[in-house]
Design a protein around this ligand. Structure first.
Ligand code: FES
Ligand code: FES
Length: 156
């Protein structure tokens, strides 16, 4: 398979990596950059455990090729530090085993960035792209609602 050297902006740091054309972004950030927060689950766009942000939007990194990454701003859970959404997940006990949690947090982070006025139906629809097998979705919804409310309060 053809090898290509590419430059990726991940968490505001430039990385030079050599990848195969068929390498997914998920594989590349985990195995080449050592950023293991994004998790492999279904590898088939169903579970959302691999969710990262690309230019602020949620992206299932098992679906995106690494060679599509240059020129984009990529954020992984390791790039979020002390955000309200992380705090809200802790405060609302919105996880148990934690395997799905980085993906949920990245998805919720995008919602706050892109749809800060999201109402309940939009929140429910937005969260449909991620699957949790062991905690209650109501805690996750409470966490995102509280982070959205705090975000609104700070931006007013
Ligand atoms: S591993 Fe990417 S959606 Fe499940
Ligand atoms: S907390 Fe275990 S899968 Fe979500």
């Amino acid at each position: 398979m053809k090898l290509q050297t590419i430059h990726l902006n991940v968490n505001d740091q430039m990385h030079t990596v050599t990848v195969r054309t068929g390498d997914t972004l998920l594989y590349t950030i985990r195995e080449k950059l050592g950023l293991t927060g994004a998790k492999p689950g279904c590898l088939n766009r169903d579970c959302g455990a691999c969710t990262i942000n690309v230019d602020g939007w949620p992206m299932k990194s098992c679906l995106m090729m690494a060679v599509e990454g240059p020129g984009k701003q990529i954020t992984t859970i390791e790039g979020l530090k002390n955000t309200q959404i992380q705090q809200a997940f802790v405060e609302h006990f919105a996880f148990q085993c934690g395997y799905c949690t980085p993906g949920f947090i990245m998805n919720c982070h995008s919602l706050i960035l892109k749809k800060p006025d999201a109402d309940d139906p939009m929140i429910k629809e937005w969260l449909e792209s991620n699957i949790c097998r062991c905690t209650s979705y109501s805690e996750i919804e409470k966490a995102i609602k509280s982070a959205l409310a705090k975000n609104k309060h700070h931006s007013n």
